[in-house]
Design a protein around this ligand. Structure first.
Ligand SMILES: [Zn+2]
Length: 126
């Protein structure tokens, strides 16, 4: 039992650590500060005011790529925390876009009301 669970738990903990590191990056913190000054609408629903910075390709996906050996932690951090991967999103409540999107990518979650940037991703993905 222990030999079966051990590596899984270690992998899970490692993924949490990588995710934590990506979410605590200065670049991400800076973007969150700038979002408050921009006062934008949510890029997913174009209706509510944006209150959170979303990672279009999720931190979870990038963490998986690190665990699979396809990216180093530094490479993943560079890709996840840059303006091309940030979207202004409504968040906080259960029905909000950031909560509903969760670990999906922007191309999986974006809809008809999404910004052109997100629709473009969706088209490229399909
Ligand atoms: Zn929204």
């Amino acid at each position: 039992m222990i030999s079966f669970c051990g590596p899984k738990i270690a992998e899970y903990t490692l993924k949490q650590d990588i995710g934590k590191r990506m979410r605590s990056s200065n670049r991400f913190k800076q973007e969150k500060k700038e979002l408050k000054q921009r006062k934008q609408k949510c890029e997913y629903c174009s209706e509510n005011n944006a209150s959170q910075v979303d990672h279009m390709e999720s931190v979870s996906d990038f963490s998986d790529s690190v665990l699979e050996g396809n990216l180093t932690v530094n490479e993943a951090e560079e890709l996840t925390n840059n303006s091309a991967n940030f979207a202004d999103s409504c968040g906080g409540s259960t029905g909000s876009c950031n909560q509903q999107k969760d670990k999906k990518s922007a191309s999986e979650f974006g809809g008809d009301n999404s910004s052109d940037r997100i629709k473009r991703r969706k088209r490229n993905y399909l």
